[in-house]
Design a protein around this ligand. Sequence first.
Ligand code: PDD
Length: 287
Amino acid sequence: MSRIAYVNGSFVPYNEAYISMNDRGYHFADGVYEVFSYNWKGVFVDAIPHFDRLRHSLEALDIAFPLSNKSLLIVMHELMRRNRCREGYLYLQITRGVAPRDHVVLDPLHPVLTLFVRPHVFKETPPLLKVFTTPDIRWKRNDIKSISLLGAIMGKYQSARQGGDEAWLYNDQGFITEGSATNAWIVNNQGIIQTHPVTPAILNGIVRQRLLKIAETLSLPVEEKAFTIEEALKAQEAFLTSSTKGVHPIISIDGHPVASGMMGPITDKLQRAYWHFQHTLTKDYDE
Ligand code: PDD
């Protein structure tokens, strides 16, 4: 089966999908992205919050939103269909456009929109993950889903070299901000679910937003408050969230087991609830 990408208005086979050498994404990482999960019922999960966040990222860079939500969704579904993808992710990237290399371009350019698909089966039983902590060396606007991911990649690389599945990034005060490509959570030693509040220090994950609602429905106590590495090491449970992973339990931090080194009961509850939500959705959103 040939894989099809979407590049600026055309569906093209992967090996014919090109962007310009002068794309500002290539020269300056001058662009943003989104990752959507797509369930086996043919639905993009929480599409509207993803579009809202995309709009927020684009506005911060003064790049025009290229299509209406509705038109974008039509293109996204068509790409899934052409790839015969029944479950997986869709990556969407928008750069400012194409221009000879110059740091500032004042005239608006034609944004470059590219999409590609990654088939994936979301398993009901999640893997048990290990994380290693690394300094958060990223910039001060992590609320923008920038395609510039060097700080995140360097952190994840450091973790991976020690056998970690994800890096948890800590700031100068020793607080965990988030993971390199996920949001970070603990169930603290008082049994309260804790995650970093929404500030420019983190990306406000779409799964994070959904899980807060799920926790409320389940009457589980939550505090949006940063936690330190020490607090994480004393936590009853730890887990991470993202559109590519859903909810995944963390069983060790920096080589130390979290509590018993197994998935905890609250993580189990939240993971099941999110999986169920993700798998039973039958509409991208209610119009
Ligand atoms: N990453 N924090 C960071 C830094 C992220 O890159 C991501 C997502 C998240 C979780 O956001 P969401 O729940 O909306 O997926 C938090 C995507 C999946 C990626 O880069 O592949």
